[in-house]
Write a protein that binds this ligand. Structure first.
Ligand code: PLP
Length: 397
């Protein structure tokens, strides 16, 4: 008998979605080499606009500082530098949400912390996720041996499931604006979830990775909802906002008022981070701080508007075709119903074969995603336009 391993890893399903998409594209390219350059990818979940100039400037300046003894930085605070936490604190004031600096933790991205946060909770607890779902929530809980419950999203609820009082969960994952559906909760919706969490003594893990796409009066942060500071942890990221997918920086908010089992979750998270994490690089944190400068914010707004124009083109096309969809408005994702009752993968094949356009089959995000399809606004304007023209011709037939 050797060492005992975590056998829950064997229960995690192979991440089949993007591998299968890549495989089908490869097969298509091999059998249609003459058409290969016509392929348009509308399935990517990665940004395409480069880093803002102001961010690049900060990266360069911080790199130069690191090469000079007087301004060199070694280990920084595990929770992040004050100069960045203060900028985030200021940004939340615009929602308006008041946070203490100590409640803000700088991370190397939302994905890491969404996984790491489970360190604070017992194994075997129950997590409630939506279906369709961002797969990270599911897999990280399976790895811990936690139980999973699903809240079904569908046309009947506009892909925004509401709490079911008969369901008891310990952790509740909410992602708004949502990946993959682009649906956004309003205040009423989030208030219902906050009230439910408080009643069940549960913790909401709120993924705000796409908050920068939110317009008008819709909430950017769960803390805009009264009582949320007693039941919610929020995760955010510079990835989609400022093109940091390859640069890596995000932040997690753990309010001081989160107390469970007599323990402050903020203090536990601080202990966890100071023990297992040595912070995000000074250079990257300087770059992230540049996101909040006047010039930086302006460049970012331009980039987000660029993606939003793409989303508008997609929505306009679907409106003209009379196809049901969610998202596109406060989100880079458009979640469309497959026409003629097609299944997600059949519609994927049809688009690839007939108009050389690639999207993401909704079925890959959960059972309730069957019959739906995700298009993203992260492509170029030219390619989005071309793809939508082809789609119009194909489906207007
Ligand atoms: C892109 C994305 C994130 C951000 O992840 P990072 O690790 O910060 O790049 C988080 N949640 C969702 C749902 C996402 O789509």
């Amino acid at each position: 008998m050797g060492i005992k391993i975590n056998t829950h890893y064997q229960e995690v399903k192979e991440s089949y979605l993007f591998a299968e998409i890549a495989k089908r594209i490869r097969i298509w390219q091999e059998s249609h080499p003459e058409k290969a350059d016509k392929l348009i990818r509308m399935g990517i979940g990665d940004v395409t606009r480069p880093l803002p100039k102001e961010v690049v400037k900060a990266l360069k300046e911080a790199s130069d500082e690191m090469g000079v003894a007087e301004s060199f930085h070694g280990y920084g605070p595990e929770q992040g530098y004050d100069f960045l936490r203060e900028k985030i604190q200021e940004y939340y004031k615009s929602f308006p949400v008041d946070l203490a600096k100590e409640e803000i933790f700088i991370s190397d991205g939302a994905k890491s912390d969404l996984g790491n946060i489970l360190d604070l909770f017992d194994r075997g607890i129950t997590a409630l996720v939506t279906d369709p779902v961002y797969p990270v929530y599911v897999d990280t809980n399976i790895m811990q041996g936690n139980k999973l419950l699903y809240a079904r999203a569908g046309e009947e609820n506009g892909f925004l499931p509401m709490p079911d009082p008969s369901v008891k969960a310990d952790l509740i994952y909410l992602c708004s604006p949502n990946n993959p559906t682009g649906a956004v909760y309003d205040r009423t919706g989030l208030t219902a979830w906050v009230n439910y969490a408080k009643e069940k003594n549960a913790v909401i893990l709120f993924d705000a990775a796409y908050e920068c796409f939110v317009e008008g009066d819709l909430p950017h942060s769960i803390y805009e909802i009264p009582g949320a500071k007693n039941c919610a942890i929020e995760f955010c990221s510079f990835s989609k906002k400022a093109g940091f997918t390859g640069t890596r920086c995000g932040y997690t908010v753990v309010p001081d008022s989160l107390v469970f089992g007599g323990q402050s979750l903020r203090k536990m998270w601080l202990r966890r981070q100071t023990t297992k994490f040595n912070g995000v690089s000074y250079i990257v944190q300087k770059a992230a701080a540049a996101v909040f400068t006047e010039h930086g914010a302006k460049e970012i707004e331009e980039n987000i508007n660029y993606y939003k124009e793409n989303a508008k083109m997609i929505m306009k096309t679907l409106d003209e075709l009379g196809i049901y969809y969610t998202g596109g408005k406060n989100s880079p994702y458009v979640w469309m119903k497959c026409p003629n009752g097609l299944r997600s993968w059949d519609f994927f094949d049809k688009l690839l074969e007939e108009i050389y356009v690639v999207g993401t089959p909704g079925a890959g995000f959960g059972e309730a995603g069957e019959g739906y399809f995700r298009l993203t606004a992260f492509s170029t304007q030219e390619k989005t336009k071309e793809a939508m023209e082809r789609l119009k011709i194909l489906l207007a037939k």
